[in-house]
Design a protein around this ligand. Sequence first.
Ligand code: ADP
Ligand code: MG
Ligand code: MG
Length: 896
Amino acid sequence: VKYVYDFSEGDKSMKDLLGGKGANLAEMTKLGLPVPPGFTITTEACRAYLKESTVPESLATEVTTALRGVEDQMGRHLGDPSDPLLVSVRSGAKFSMPGMMETVLNIGLNDESVLGLAAVSGNERFAWDSYRRLIQMFGKTVLDIDGDLFSDALDALKAERGVTGDTELTAEDLKGLVDTFKGIVKEQTGKDFPQDPRTQMDMGIEAVFRSWNTERARIYRRRERIPHDLGTAVNICTMVFGNMGDNSGTGVCFTRDPSSGHSGVYGDYLENAQGEDVVAGIRNTLPLSALKEINKPVYDELRAIMRKLETHYRDMCDIEFTVERGKLWMLQTRVGKRTAAAAFRIATQLLGEKLITRDEALGRVTGDQLTQLMFPQFDAKAEKELIARGMAASPGAAVGKIAFNNAQAVEAAEKGIKTVLVRRETNPDDLPGMVAAEGVLTARGGKTSHAAVVARGMGKTCVCGAESLVIDEAAGTVTIGDLVLTSEDTIAIDGQTGEIFRGEVPVADSPVTTYLADGLEAGIAAAGEDQGTRELVEAVDKLLAHADKVRRLRVRANADTPLDSKRAIAFGAEGIGLCRTEHMFLGERRPLVERAILSAPESDERQAAFNELEKLQKQDFLEMLEVMDGKAMTVRLIDPPLHEFMPALIELETKVAVGKATGTLDPADEAMLVEVRRMHEQNPMLGLRGVRLGIYLPGLFALQMRALCEAAADLVARGLNPRPEIMVPLVGSVRELQLVREEGEGIIASVAAARGVDLSGVSIGAMIELPRAAMTAEDLAEEADFFSFGTNDLTQTVWGFSRDDVEGVFFPQYIEAGIFGVSPFESIDVHGVGTLVSEGVRRARSTKPNIKLGVCGEHGGDPASIHFFHNVGVDYVSCSPFRVPVARLEAGRAAV
Ligand code: ADP
Ligand code: MG
Ligand code: MG
């Protein structure tokens, strides 16, 4: 294997092997830009090192070859006492990763070559400054010495000399500092600072490899879902010096405004300094435009390169550069990181400049970014008192009084008081409090902690791991430094930034949401005077419009109420993919359902209860169908387990026992208990529900189907265009579907005849949510006009776990252990559940090539899942109204 690539050998497509930094250094070299010569050691070498705990032998020889190449190009040798070549050792993984080893500059300097450097550069001060920097960086990052020891020594020296800036120290001062630093190394490691240049380099390389597995790096990867087995590359790059005097300097810049995408000159420049000074903020930087005055030719050259890079990458880039005695050198570039809002603005800006196509612009933004822009936000203009920071675990903005436990949160919610649940960490017992509170704040745990996973699942705002919080539940206090808060205090948490504020902070709808719900004009009005927000709203509009144009997937919403249906349509839903009917049976209608279930089959009492329910259902459907006029509305026949409609067993048992003991027994209770016991299920999710309940209780589905047909007939008579679809849940066998279908067709025909209207458009289909249904879809298709994959239940039945019992309980550990990267309820398990979906699609179409296929369930609004559904060829996805815009955008991205 080849472990080493000269900068002239690679290109930007080789990020896996060369890391981001190495691949882009190679690309710039290929473009003929002034990159200091160097080479990259591959991630593969790192992986080999980590596996064997030793550097592969062939690496050492390859490094020698590559180094000689660089030396020949430069006409100098590494660490040569008379005229030394110096290099930097720079880490660089595929994804940029804070927490790994930083860069070591000036490798190759030692007690002799420092004199050579001084002589050749004619600048003694510079040479000693470079040497002390080497020992400092090498000591800290390669030898793991506490960095404060070095910076304290530097500060002490400055104090002694009565100066404030490093640049005011003389060559003599720095020479003394080198001795001090060498002393620190000897004292801390028991060994001398290594004088051999190649040893310095090899130790640096190995330190970069090792840093891949430091605790900090591992934590970062877990949080960002970066695989642990990628490894990092190492870049060896000829040193160029920004600290050689006033005609030298170093800087960073963006090819355009990183927030708005407008073109302009954005960046910072620091005279007479080496790279890390800019980032470290040691001295005040100048705006990049100042370079024009300082050195016009260099400025012009840099501007030309910025333009060239942007044209080449066709995106905003960020750049690190250094000027050595009036000569410009490029040290790094990459496609610049950006916020969600900036991503939309930059993409449309580049589109407006015709630098990229519409399809490409769409590819530059994501559904997750759109989601971020839709969450309510703290009013930007409001005054805020920041008291602590944690990790941004689940977005949104929550304000409320502090609640320390379930009881406080639940009690406050009952009184209409908003709370933020504040806990050291959460566990499944905290669920009621999490439901009752506006948001959740924890002192411990990361983005995969229980609090974070559950909050994201519930769409609750969450900030976790705010380690400065000391929570004393018993005392009822949260202490942050000197500040002590109690349940009387109000706090505000920002799930997007992790910020924690004291006091009431006003929350506002985001202008993007206003736009999505009420149109462009309303969105622009909501943006007000704020130019950036206005551009953002217009950008979302433009890209979403393009997504709508190119997408093949249709987007429907899951909605059960007229209000939700209206919202869904406003957000762009083209129909309802799942109207659940359960809630239509709960609440005050529950006694009716109880009566229907418990009365004798075919008794008058049961029929009376059914008739009553049918009347109520018809009214529900009328209202929904009216809102959905002209758009398809899939009504799922009643699905939940029977026990949800029955009194709780234990309560009833207690009541009867007490009644017996005290002689106040109500015989009706006793009769009810017999029934409830008879119907009690060990595993309700796998019990009497869905189509099974429909068959078990004849007349139940019939009343729903009749109510739906009657409602549709009313609307047709009024000249409207209702488009109901009847969906049968939890079907496993074609015979189940056949029975319901026969009954349904009879009802459709009889209502049509009785009312004298055409109901031939009412279709009947099945929900595919059992493995058996997916695997026998070619049979089911004989009896179905459409299928909708219920991927929530399908995930439960394929994995064999019940969502309510697992998600907050052991999923955090499963995610931590890497059993899955993300909950399979959040993003579809492509390999397992996905195979059943694609197999179901294939089998269904083998019988009926044109059968309409949809997906309902949470996955219909998940970006990664949407791409999967696009690829397997379903016709539409259905998701909650709030996710509809995200689904539209991602369906568009999947198609380009
Ligand atoms: P990071 O990934 O933290 O940006 P870099 O490897 O880019 O780390 O290096 C840190 C700093 O050192 C940057 O400012 C960079 O420009 C500077 N630097 C790195 N290599 C060289 C070099 N060969 N000559 C001069 N400066 C360098
Ligand atoms: Mg850098
Ligand atoms: Mg289901």
